[in-house]
Design a protein around this ligand. Structure first.
Ligand code: ADP
Ligand code: MG
Length: 701
């Protein structure tokens, strides 16, 4: 069933700067009906209605209990859920997502979700859970793993028909409890990019997504997988206001690219007419694709400042949020998904168990040592044939081939030896290590904890119902109320009538709709000016760079060659341009130097004559700089090592020592609880058992 994106607005208290400047309050709220009123300097108000309105004194606890709690409950049941914080820099996004640990009521959505998930797993009987997390950042349209071994490495976004969009090579960390999750949150948060702008010294200029995957397996073996995305977006403000220049400007432009792409996706979804939703326009929208118009329950927390000097940004945020609430998603429970990590554990345990069965030569549960050995051999032979074929095609040196074949053989022998070395005691230990990663049911008898969770859920539901009732269109209809006297009823009706007249009049007097149009115009105008400003600044930067380049190298290669060409034509050294010749700069050089197979016959005779005059001049010019030697670099011999590296990277082989897929979850990976997204999926994709060589403990020789 389709359901709308739920939107709550949170207004933070005045900060010191605003207090010092004595700025005016421009935001008003009526929390019990989700109303937000924005007051402009000329006294006109704009009214918006949301699924929640949280004023300055609100707490992280209220927001979580009212709107996030039911969503996380759904994630535990196997739905996907996304919570994202939107708003200008300094409006309280990070405060809402992370909050402050020292004030209990102000802990944010992320740590509360951890508590919630682990309470739920502990109090649920007969289900084994596997909880794992990932944390990534999108900075300058590049995706990085905040929990990976190399924070600088850029990761690619990939898409597969069965799995949807995912980040290849993202590390996923198995967690057994709240402290483990918090440790990941803190570690990742400290790895985020921060840059100082005038708005807020510590503001983060990146978008971050913390994801918690909750997989549950019932006793019958069926798996459900819920995924919770906790998104802290970068500031939505216009860059002219931030005073960004140089690197900061470059960042701001890219951030706006992602955010305006998000805006376009929202508009296209709300519009309902467009068949094409531009998810692919930015990394952010690609990754949030499922959360906007897809299989996910979504909440947006729009954060605003109370101060009148942020009126424009607040209006823009409220408009954005107002549009977002019209997006419809179609969430469904993810049952028995192919890429469940739990399945990997199940299979690895089954495999180890089968291997140590007495008479393992026989087939047990479809696994046997003999079968395993044969598969290992096949895999080795295929890899060897591939490698040899590739080398022959590339005609690279025999020595290189020999070396790599030897490494491949050594790897095979190591893996084969592991099969022999597997003794029952060791296998039992490994099985235990894998099973230790599961959690669930530890507090099954704790009725107090169970009741607390139920109570929270009931309260959230009551709150939603109350809000819905308050928003009912007949709420103010005096004819539907019960009055003790006719006079009371008359008074109520009269006052309602007066209110309606006042509303209509004020709309008429202030030309409400015209004003709305003017506002929109104003907003577009601001955007336009902002883009112009960006273009101007980038233009200046480009000019500066050109000047610097000119100082270092008076003219670029291409310009030099073209002017040289022009000059030779004017001087009559080269004939006028004709169609039967390659007139590119490189073509001229190659024609003149008579490269075999390149020169066309009609040109050849002319060249003998031209060369004698031209040779000296050209040689003299080209000799001035090594980097100018285009002909040489054009015919640069291909190094055998380049070909090998290309082949290896094609096969995702990172080093010559590691000739089998590097990131396939090995036993070690599963036991340590660090698995890489692409490896997990590739294995699920091929729908077979783990690659044999890689699935064994390679270092255990
Ligand atoms: P953003 O992430 O949107 O750039 P922050 O969350 O970092 O903004 O908030 C900016 C500042 O305002 C921080 O010092 C934060 O502690 C404070 N702040 C934000 N929201 C609130 C709030 N609701 N109550 C108290 N302080 C807040
Ligand atoms: Mg922030």
């Amino acid at each position: 069933m389709a359901e709308s994106v739920r939107v709550a607005v949170r207004c933070r208290p005045f900060n010191q700067r605003e207090k010092d400047l004595n700025t005016q309050l421009c935001v008003g709220m009526t929390p019990n009906v989700g109303q937000v009123n924005l007051l402009s300097s000329d006294g006109a108000t704009k009214d918006f209605t949301f699924d929640g309105a949280y004023f300055m004194d609100s707490t992280g606890e209220q927001i979580y209990n009212d709107i996030v709690f039911p969503l996380v409950e759904n994630v535990i049941e196997g739905y996907n859920g996304t919570v994202f914080a939107y708003g200008q820099t300094g409006s309280g996004k990070t405060f809402s997502m992370q909050g402050v640990e020292s004030i209990a009521a102000q802990r944010g959505v992320i740590p509360r979700a951890f508590d919630h998930i682990f309470t739920a797993t502990a109090t649920t009987e007969n289900v084994k859970f596997l909880v794992h997390c990932s944390y990534l950042e999108i900075y300058n349209e590049e995706v990085r793993d905040l929990l990976g071994t190399d924070n600088k490495q850029k990761l690619e976004i990939k898409e597969q028909p069965d799995r949807g969009v995912y980040v290849a090579g993202l590390s996923m960390h198995v967690c057994h409890d709240v402290p483990a999750c918090k440790e990941l949150m803190t570690r990742g948060f400290n790895n985020r990019h921060v840059g100082a702008t005038l708005m807020n010294k510590d503001s983060s200029r990146s978008h971050s997504i913390f994801t918690v995957y909750v997989e549950g397996m019932t006793e019958t073996g069926s798996i459900r997988m819920g995924k919770l995305n906790l998104v802290d977006l970068a500031g939505s403000e216009r860059q002219s206001k931030t005073g960004a220049t140089g690197d900061r400007l470059k960042e701001a432009t890219k951030i706006n690219l992602s955010l305006s792409a998000l805006g376009n996706v929202i508009s296209a979804l709300v519009d309902g007419k467009s068949k094409h939703i531009p998810y692919r326009d930015s990394k952010l929208t690609r990754l949030l694709q499922d959360s906007l118009g897809g299989n996910t329950k979504t909440i947006m927390i729009a954060c605003v400042s109370p101060s009148s000097d942020n009126y424009d940004e607040t209006l823009s945020t409220l408009r954005y949020a107002n549009r977002a609430k019209n997006i419809k998603n179609k969430p469904t429970i993810n049952e028995d998904p192919k890429d469940a990590l739990l399945r990997e554990y199940q299979e690895e345990i089954a495999r180890l168990k089968a291997m140590v069965q007495p008479g393992a030569g026989l087939v047990v549960n479809n696994f046997s040592i003999e079968e395993e050995r044969k598969a290992l051999r096949d895999e080795f032979e295929k890899a060897m044939a591939d490698l040899r074929g590739e080398y022959e095609r590339e005609q690279t040196s025999k020595a290189e081939l020999q070396k790599d074949l030897e490494e491949l053989k050594a790897e095979y022998e190591r893996a084969n030896a592991n099969l022999d070395n597997l003794n029952p005691a060791e296998a039992a230990k490994k099985i235990q290590q894998l099973q230790d990663q599961f959690i669930g049911g530890e507090e099954a008898g704790n009725t107090q904890l169970k009741q607390k969770r139920m109570k929270q859920l009931m309260e959230a539901e009551t709150k939603t119902q109350k809000l819905a009732a308050a928003l009912n269109v007949h709420k103010d209809d005096p004819l539907l109320q019960v009055y003790s006297t006719t006079q009371e009823k008359l008074d109520a009706v009269t006052s309602q009538l007066e209110k309606e007249i006042k509303k209509a009049l004020s709309k008429f007097q202030s030309k409400g709709y015209e004003r709305e149009i003017e506002d929109l115009h104003g907003e577009f105008e601001l955007d336009r000016l902002d883009y112009l400003d960006t273009i101007r600044k980038q233009d200046q930067q480009l000019k500066l760079l050109m000047q610097i380049m000119d100082k270092i190298q008076p003219k670029s290669k291409k310009t030099r060659l073209h002017s040289l060409e022009r000059k030779t034509r004017v001087d009559g050294i080269l004939p006028e341009k004709s169609t039967n010749r390659d007139n590119s700069s490189i073509g001229i050089i190659m024609n003149l130097y008579h490269f075999p197979g390149y020169v066309q016959e009609p040109v050849r005779q002319e060249q003998a004559l031209l060369r004698s005059n031209f040779d000296d001049k050209l040689r003299e010019r080209l000799a001035k700089s090594d980097s100018e030697n285009l002909a040489n670099s054009y015919f640069k011999p291909v190094k055998p090592s380049n070909v090998i590296n290309k082949y290896k990277s094609d096969l995702k082989l990172s080093t010559s020592k590691n000739l089998f897929p590097a990131k396939t979850p090995t036993f070690d990976g599963l036991a340590n609880g660090v698995i890489y997204s692409d490896a997990l999926f590739e294995r699920a994709q091929s729908a077979k058992r783990p690659a044999r060589l890689a699935s064994l403990n390679r270092n255990n020789n």
